[in-house]
Design a binder for this molecule. Structure first.
Ligand SMILES: CC(C)(COP(=O)(O)OP(=O)(O)OC[C@H]1O[C@@H](n2cnc3c(N)ncnc32)[C@H](O)[C@@H]1OP(=O)(O)O)[C@@H](O)C(=O)NCCC(=O)NCCS
Length: 295
């Protein structure tokens, strides 16, 4: 029997304080006080698991439920184990707990740095499979809230709202297996925004944005671009609009995972002030039945 156990975060002040201590030992990047952290973790999409040993918290996994065009998902967002407690299977057990928590429709996703073999090993041991392709995370940090002019490209960017827009976007993004119904439904889902770029009465491209509130930041993820190989001025206009949206909502950053071969998207983001952070693989797993304890 291990001398540690896994349990859900309870929502108490003590849990938030101890979680923050482990975060300091494993990342040291959380900008929030214990009180602020507790308020963030009280959000309904949070799925947080803790590892406990001798009455103290020694590890955590903060997960969050997201919706969007890819379907319902639980993101295995931040995983940390106190240095004295590493190498005992705690991270693996936390990931398995999150997989067991997912309902049958949700897949579980983690984004793991190519330079973090311990994390990759824990995801593999917990039954996650890595993407073949690697991607770079590009980040735009919001520094000021003053609005910026959108690039002049002869078109307009706005949130998708009407059936006729969904029809047009689904038609130009037909390689992405999206129906107009799916597009329209996503506009009603919490945290999801679909932007469209229109010029001369025709929709040229769309962009799916997910709003997330993690242990480290609040931000927008550029989750997908429709069609994925879109006209560059339209992408640029939507990227700028996404940054403005993040400012309006008081968020801290906009992030985008860019596959290594998407040179045009990468160049557009760099031009708009995004900075590359690190290279990652996306790890996916199906939910586990609640009673199972092994991958
Ligand atoms: C990544 C982390 C969460 C792993 O926690 P853990 O409880 O030690 O993980 P587990 O014991 O479940 O599994 C880790 C596996 O990686 C292996 N491992 C550890 N260091 C490694 C290294 N440098 N290279 C390759 N494998 C390594 C361990 O041997 C173990 O595999 P094994 O059980 O097959 O021997 C922990 O190291 C940590 O908190 N790191 C700092 C924060 C971080 O990077 N988090 C992940 C990104 S969100």
């Amino acid at each position: 029997m291990p001398d540690w156990s896994i349990r859900p975060y309870s929502g108490t002040r003590e849990d938030a304080i101890e979680l923050l201590e482990v975060e300091k030992q494993s990342f040291g990047e959380c900008p929030y006080s214990a009180q602020e952290l507790a308020a963030r973790l009280a959000r309904p999409e949070q799925r947080v698991w803790l590892a406990e040993a001798a009455g103290r918290i020694v590890g955590f996994l903060s997960g969050l439920e997201t919706l969007g065009l890819g379907g319902p998902r639980i993101e295995a967002d931040l995983l940390g184990v106190h240095p004295h407690w590493r190498g005992r299977g705690i991270a693996t057990a936390l990931l398995l707990a999150l997989r067991r928590q997912a309902d049958g429709r949700q897949c579980v996703r983690g984004v793991v740095s190519l330079h973090n073999p311990a994390s990759a090993r824990a995801f593999a041991r917990a039954g996650f499979a890595p993407s073949e392709w690697a991607c770079d995370l590009l980040l735009y940090r919001i520094r000021g809230r003053a609005p910026r002019a959108l690039p002049a490209w002869g078109g307009a960017v706005r949130p998708l709202a009407q059936r006729v827009e969904a029809d047009q976007l689904a038609a130009i993004a037909r390689g992405e297996l999206l129906t107009p119904d799916r597009l329209l439904r996503s506009t009603q889902e919490t945290g999801v925004t679909v932007l469209i770029a229109e010029k001369e009465g025709a929709i040229r491209a769309g962009m799916e944005l997910l709003e997330v509130h993690t242990l480290l930041y609040s931000g927008l993820w550029i989750e997908s671009i429709l069609p994925s190989e879109s006209w560059r001025p339209a992408i640029r206009a939507m990227v700028t609009a996404a940054i403005e949206l993040a400012k309006e909502r008081g968020l801290d950053e906009v992030g985008c995972l860019v596959p290594k071969d998407r040179w045009s998207l990468r160049a557009t983001l760099l031009e708009e002030g995004f900075a590359p952070l690190d290279s990652y693989r996306v790890w996916l797993a199906h939910p586990l039945p609640a009673e199972r304890t092994a991958p």
